[in-house]
Design a protein around this ligand. Structure first.
Ligand code: ATP
Ligand code: MG
Length: 159
């Protein structure tokens, strides 16, 4: 189905915003005014963004800021989630999309998880004709981004 990505992102962030009050996370949104639509499976795309946002929260310090941005490019939109968390060491960053891969087993054990979230996120991005990537600086923070093919808005037939 066609979906308005701006509205979609806002809805997903709103849901996390309500459930992270105790960790004091601040959410910043950098979304364009103009409406942008993509076609895709709403449930799958929700799972994709959920997996990335839940990691950003899990690896953020108390009071950290998470910035979500949406950038339309020529033929794709890029959605990015930037955190101020622990970061990922250079030698591990190439593996985070592998199934069951977790950086620093000891550190992540008490945070819980199976190491499948990003493998699933990648599968969903690729199935939609997009891609997913990460840039991270150890100790400073991490940005996960994914792209989706972009369709210029012609009609307002969102679901
Ligand atoms: P699951 O998502 O299955 O509950 P998980 O969060 O450990 O478990 P992934 O989401 O696949 O698994 O992430 C893989 C690993 O990448 C994580 O264990 C963590 O070490 C690292 N990682 C992912 N996102 C971040 C982030 N925002 N900051 C720092 N490290 C991260
Ligand atoms: Mg995860």
């Amino acid at each position: 189905a066609r979906l308005n990505v701006t509205t979609f992102i806002n809805q997903v962030i709103d849901r996390f915003d309500m459930s992270t009050k105790n960790q004091n996370i601040q959410f910043k949104r950098k979304l364009p005014d103009k409406s942008i639509s993509v076609s895709g499976d709403r449930d799958k795309l929700t799972q994709l963004l959920d997996n990335i946002l839940s990691n950003a929260i899990k690896y953020s310090p108390e009071g950290g800021t998470i910035t979500c941005s949406l950038k339309p490019e020529k033929e794709r939109v890029v959605i990015s989630v930037k955190d101020e968390g622990v970061g990922i060491p250079k030698e591990n960053v190439g593996h985070v999309f592998d199934r069951f891969y977790r950086v620093d087993k000891a550190r992540s054990r008490n945070l819980g998880g199976t190491g499948l979230g990003l493998a699933i996120a990648k599968e969903i991005a690729v199935a939609h004709g997009g891609n997913i990537w990460v840039s991270s600086e150890w100790g400073k923070g991490t940005t996960f981004s994914f792209s989706l093919p972009y369709e210029e808005d012609v009609v307002n037939d969102y679901d």
